[in-house]
Design a protein around this ligand. Structure first.
Ligand SMILES: NC(=O)c1ccc[n+]([C@@H]2O[C@H](COP(=O)([O-])OP(=O)(O)OC[C@H]3O[C@@H](n4cnc5c(N)ncnc54)[C@H](OP(=O)(O)O)[C@@H]3O)[C@@H](O)[C@H]2O)c1
Ligand SMILES: [Zn+2]
Length: 362
């Protein structure tokens, strides 16, 4: 095996380890670390959640004395500052490692490059940029949050081949097949919140959990101005997963009280827009939110700059219906030349359905 291949392989192992904490690290990144002597792995670790030790510390603990003279692989630049835990750079230096291979530089301008500099100053050989694209992809929400100080927004919808997300009656279970729905459950497991609007609660009574794809469920968020919501809904069963209802100041006090009695958190914002909702979720340290709403709210979210990535599942079937809803409502665009292009798009089959994903222009 050439050294380059070996480095890439070890970095992939770091990413695998990092993903064990998928959806659990906010506001921190997903990080995995592997320590190698020759070609033998002598220690591994990952960052389980904010407040707990970083991946490097777990890997060093596992390797013990065998970290002396070893090569350390880590998908994100080691930290060089005192946060909730002491800097990993100092731990690596103290352990006497010889070489550190870093997947990507930390995007935070306040720390970016300093961890690498510190290690080099201590005489450790540092190589940067192995499997960088995969490293960037895994932590895209973290990178976005660091740069923009708000969570990364993903809009996901399922539509028929003729572009409908429900029949004209509003019936929508199910547009896609089992595999695509399982894929959505996994997607939820990696997000901190799922957002829908009041209308989707009234029409679909959704559950919005990971259905066992993970032992953790994201926060379920309902945006409703009217608070004209059903007294009984799956989303109000908070022993399954927590639910937050965002509304406007003074809306429907009786409903607010009823929801609070059921254990649903209700927060009144001065104006209920996707932008305000995102600002509120940013305060909760969230990295990523999944918009699983209908077309009206999806259009508002896009217009408000709250959507960065789009995942569209397309089912090979036709429902028709002039009044059947479509995934994105009014955006005020009048010419096809104004259409928002998806960047870095890719297509793949998930069971019988097609998944098209891509990024909106920043
Ligand atoms: N196939 C799919 O992927 C999929 C996914 C989700 C939904 N659906 C379908 O979509 C349909 C519902 O579509 P919808 O567009 O009415 O969805 P929605 O997700 O309920 O969004 C609209 C609702 O959001 C609330 N809202 C709060 N602030 C808003 C703002 N600033 N801008 C816009 N809305 C705001 C309003 O609730 P209040 O009226 O309570 O104030 C509004 O009625 C249903 O038939 C459902 O089956 C399909
Ligand atoms: Zn660290």
């Amino acid at each position: 095996m050439t050294p380059l291949n070996f480095d890439a392989q070890m970095m992939s192992r770091c990413l695998e380890l990092a993903q064990r904490a998928l959806g659990q690290t906010a506001p921190n990144p997903l990080v995995g670390c592997v320590i190698v002597q020759g070609e033998e792995i002598v220690g591994e670790g990952f960052h389980p959640k904010a407040g707990e030790p970083h991946a490097e510390v777990f890997a060093l603990r596992a390797a013990q004395a065998r970290s002396r003279g070893a090569t350390v692989y880590v998908n994100l630049e080691p930290c060089n500052h005192y946060g909730r835990t002491p800097p990993c750079t100092e731990a690596l230096i103290a352990a006497g490692v010889r070489r550190v291979v870093v997947g990507m530089v930390d995007p935070d301008p306040r720390v970016s490059g300093q961890g690498i500099e510190r290690l080099r100053a201590a005489g450790i050989e540092v190589q940067v940029g192995v499997e960088t694209e995969a490293c960037q992809q895994l932590n895209e929400a973290f990178v976005y949050r660091v740069r923009h100080h708000r969570p990364f927004g993903i809009l996901k919808y399922a539509m028929t081949l003729d572009g409908k997300i429900a029949a004209s009656t509003g019936h929508s279970a199910w547009v896609t097949g089992t595999e695509a729905r399982h894929c959505v459950h996994q997607l939820r497991a990696g997000c901190d919140a799922i957002i829908i609007g009041g209308n989707t609660v009234r029409r679909d009574n959704p559950l919005l959990t990971t259905h066992g794809a993970s032992d953790r469920n994201p926060l379920r968020v309902v945006m409703s101005r009217s608070l004209d919501l059903p007294a009984i809904a799956q989303l109000w069963e908070v022993q399954i997963a927590p639910t937050l209802v965002l509304t406007e100041t003074g809306a429907n006090p009786e409903m607010q009280q009823l929801l609070r009695e059921k254990g649903v958190e209700v927060v009144e914002l001065s104006s209920l827009t996707p932008k305000e909702a995102i600002a509120h979720l940013a305060e909760r340290q969230f990295l990523s939110v999944l918009w699983e709403c209908g077309g009206t709210l999806a259009a508002s979210a896009i217009a408000d700059g709250a959507v960065q990535k789009v995942l569209a599942f397309i089912a090979p079937k036709i429902i028709g219906g002039e009044m059947a809803p479509s995934p994105v409502g009014e955006l005020g665009l009048t010419a096809m030349t104004q259409a928002l292009p998806l960047l870095r798009w890719r297509y793949q089959m998930i069971g019988n359905d097609l998944l098209v994903e891509g990024y909106l222009q920043p």
